[in-house]
Design a binder for this molecule. Structure first.
Ligand SMILES: [Fe+2]
Length: 282
């Protein structure tokens, strides 16, 4: 059985009842943590989903309806593939910060990336029925998140890990996440056709947390149903990787003050890099 080295405090995994999920990360490169283990009520996820849609409406001008989809074309790439990514959500509502500092997420990210790691992005994905013109089986092509790092990778020490908080159900018809179980062990970039042939859907209800590592081959199926698939994503990386989005100096003191884990939040935002001089301070 493939085991990852336990870089974080293994007692923490035990205390939180996460050994099964840590073991699955070693064996499959991905795990699904159910809502009951996360200990968050339905209302939390409903609020998060509504907030994502409110921010999306504010930023795009479109109206998003959970059951009917959106009321206009957004043009460009979203129109071609049938989804839009809403970025920089950390400080848009306290619920986003609560996801980032959730003890289960923190423990599993620490397990994969070591205790010191960074947030690379904080983005919601809103996906609607895949347009007929998009002829591929996957609406997001199969890839690995650490693809910019030369192979062979070391699956026991991934550079990157990612999370999907499901705010609507993932089913294959509903455009679920796709992945190849155990593909991280191959330590190579996925050839498109091979990855599609071997892919399986990750089917799980809203309220679940999917965590996977940077070597794992993944993508997502086209959405065959009306309405919206909504999820909250967050790539994390080791401290020597340049995060995709730069949160350092961008989050207000009020957000840190309200956090139940401000030290961890500061660390993933790179606020512990005290040797760096901010432009604003010059
Ligand atoms: Fe990805």
């Amino acid at each position: 059985m493939a085991e990852l080295p336990q870089e974080a405090d293994p007692a923490k995994l035990t205390r939180l009842g996460l050994e099964t999920y840590a073991r699955e990360l070693g064996e499959y490169g991905l795990t699904v943590v159910p809502q009951s283990v996360l200990g968050l009520p339905d209302e939390f996820f409903t609020h998060l989903r509504d907030t994502v849609l409110a921010v999306a409406e504010q930023r795009t001008g479109a109206h998003f309806d959970l059951n009917r989809g959106l009321d206009r074309s957004l043009g460009g790439r979203p129109n071609e593939i049938g989804h839009v990514v809403i970025t920089h959500l950390v400080d848009q509502d306290p619920a986003f910060e609560q996801l980032l500092t959730h003890p289960v997420k923190k423990a599993l990210m620490s397990h994969l990336l070591g205790e010191t790691h960074r947030l690379s992005n904080s983005s919601a994905w809103i996906k609607w029925q895949t347009p007929d013109d998009w002829e591929k089986v996957m609406s997001t092509g199969m890839h690995a998140d650490q693809s910019r790092i030369p192979t062979p990778w070391n699956w026991r020490a991934p550079h990157i890990a990612n999370m999907n908080w499901l705010l609507t159900d993932y089913t294959r018809e509903n455009g679920a996440f796709s992945y190849v179980p155990g593909s991280h062990l191959e330590q190579r970039f996925p050839p498109e056709q091979e990855a599609m042939d071997r892919a399986v859907p990750v089917e799980a209800p809203a309220g679940s947390l999917v965590i996977f590592q940077g070597c794992t081959w993944h993508g997502s199926y086209r959405k065959e149903t009306p309405g919206l698939r909504i999820s909250m994503h967050g790539i994390h990386c080791r401290p020597y990787i340049l995060p995709g989005h730069d949160f350092q100096g961008q989050i207000s003191d009020e957000v840190y003050a309200a956090s139940s884990d401000p030290d961890y939040l500061r660390m993933i935002m790179r606020e512990d890099e005290t040797m760096l001089v901010r432009l604003a301070d010059i």
